[in-house]
Design a protein around this ligand. Structure first.
Ligand code: HEM
Length: 465
């Protein structure tokens, strides 16, 4: 038996989006209620199939591009002489108040230079040695759960904690886990401030001391202080030759040799990696458990694969490749509930997308959420069907964009996949969840988030029953 996958229903009977203040106000209201439902409606409005490009007025021209090839072309356009940029978007302007010019918020040559410094630490090869820490962190969660079978858990909270432990093992070092958790708590507050700033009718310059601006600056300062402390501690360990081999240690050693970044930039990059890696990974795992709970057949098949491949031993890095179904489950969860629900860009010059002319300065929205449910590319667009990712199944290169594409493609993608597969392989052989007793809808905060949360009863994995 399988439950239908919950998705916000497209608001039926709405007239197509049009221009002007009234359209903007109506769109803002609908967008604020649920951006995913709003985008889904735009893709379907007035058309029997899916729209390639949908215009909507949100106090300025916006275009939802819901076509794999065009989305790919936009995201991979070259920066020099290219057509699209992050510069000029309110979201990145707000994020810069925290991250300044870290990798996520940098553009152009700055971005390229930083990417060259950071990229080597995130290659799949560099992940290999970190797998042990990932499995250890997941096993600790498993050990804690052993006394909680039968209890209803806040699965999103559990996965937030696990994601922080995993990030500590990858980036900072497991010995500084408490500080990473301190970052996690502050990040929640930061997210509230971000949403507040995004939701106001216009962005008040950061130097004007409104209540919102002050609260934002205070939250950012608290996060920076934690990150500065993490770096200082790791540096002290490095000097005493007792630092674990993690991304931060590697970057610090490079920085000592080259001085390529400087203290402030270094701090911004570490903050960026923590902010980029935390909730995205936590929510990917949260939605994965939800989909498994609501699809017992998949849950059984997953537990069987884990038992067949691993027996009683813990997974190792080489198993990420071998655990094919486990990987498909994660890929499919990222398809249905991509944590990053929209990737925005500004058109630097006019462009033609299909039969629509995009004016200079217009905002482009590429939503992995709508693209991943495009009926042209998925045999069962709204169902949880991990075999969408079975070998031999093909689709256009950019029909699946959970990690974005082009020069800004997620730098943590290999890590996130490896961490999710290894964590699932560690936990799903022993545990499963019962479906939530409350309806769950996908909505958004900074990332795609279950509304109203994800409370599920912990049980033992199907093969053990
Ligand atoms: C399932 C987990 C994750 C998802 C779904 C995800 C998704 C994304 C997406 C869609 C982008 C592109 C944004 C854009 O082009 O505007 C991105 C960028 C980025 N992500 Fe991730 N991410 C995940 C995990 C991570 C992790 C674990 C880290 C770090 C440890 C990370 C760090 C970053 C950074 C620094 C960028 C900016 C890259 C650049 O602009 O060059 N992400 N991520």
């Amino acid at each position: 038996m399988s439950h239908p996958v919950a998705s916000p229903s497209a608001a039926a009977g709405q007239p197509p989006a049009s221009r002007g203040l009234r359209a903007s106000l109506r769109n803002v209201e609908e967008f604020k209620a649920n951006p995913l439902a709003f985008y889904m409606r735009l893709t379907q409005d007035g058309e029997p199939g899916y729209r390639q490009v949908a215009f909507f007025d949100l106090f300025g021209p916006n275009y939802l591009v819901n076509d794999a090839d065009e989305a790919g072309r936009i995201l991979t356009s070259a920066i020099d002489g290219g057509s699209y940029t992050k510069d000029g978007l309110r979201f990145f302007e707000v994020m810069r108040r925290l991250l300044r010019r870290g990798l996520f918020t940098a553009e152009g040559d700055d971005h390229l230079q930083q990417r060259r410094i950071l990229q080597p630490s995130f290659q799949p090869k560099a992940m290999e040695e970190l797998a042990e820490g990932i499995v250890r962190a997941a096993a600790e969660t498993g050990a804690r759960w052993s006394s909680q079978v039968g209890a209803t858990l806040d699965v999103e909270g559990e996965m937030r904690n696990l994601a922080l432990d995993l990030l500590a093992e990858l980036l900072i070092g497991g010995d500084l886990r408490d500080d990473v958790h301190e970052f996690g708590a502050l990040n929640e507050e930061m997210e509230d401030r971000l949403i507040e700033a995004m939701g106001s009718p216009f962005l008040i310059p950061a130097w004007i001391p409104t209540r919102g601006n002050r609260r934002f600056a205070e939250a950012a300062a608290r996060i920076r202080a934690v990150v500065a402390r993490l770096i200082a501690r790791r540096r002290a360990g490095l000097e005493a030759a007792r630092a674990p081999d993690v991304v931060l240690t590697r970057l610090l050693a490079d920085e000592l040799r080259t001085g390529a970044m400087g203290e402030r930039q270094f701090q911004d990059e570490i903050t960026t990696l923590l902010v980029g890696g935390y909730k995205s990974t936590a929510l990917a795992l949260t939605w994965t458990w939800y989909l498994l709970a609501t699809h017992p057949d998949a849950s059984r098949r997953l537990a069987a694969e884990i038992s067949e491949q691993l027996g009683q031993r813990p997974p190792a890095f080489a198993d990420v490749r071998r655990l094919r179904y486990t990987r498909r489950v994660v890929q499919e969860a990222l398809r249905l509930y991509p944590p990053v629900w929209v990737v925005n860009r500004v058109a630097v010059r006019p462009d033609q997308v299909g039969d629509v002319t995009i004016p200079r300065g217009a905002i482009i929205a590429i939503s992995p959420y709508t693209l991943h449910r495009h009926p042209a590319h998925w045999s069962r667009p709204h169902d949880f069907h991990p075999d969408h990712f079975a070998e031999g199944v093909t689709r256009p290169a950019h029909a699946y964009l959970p990690f974005g594409a082009g020069r800004h493609k997620c730098i943590g993608n290999h890590y996130a996949m490896a961490a999710a597969v290894l964590a699932l392989a560690t936990l799903a052989g022993r545990y499963a969840f019962e479906p939530p007793t409350h309806p769950v809808v996908a909505n958004t905060r900074a990332f795609t988030t279950p509304d109203p949360g994800m409370r599920m009863r912990l049980t033992t994995a199907p093969t053990r029953i």
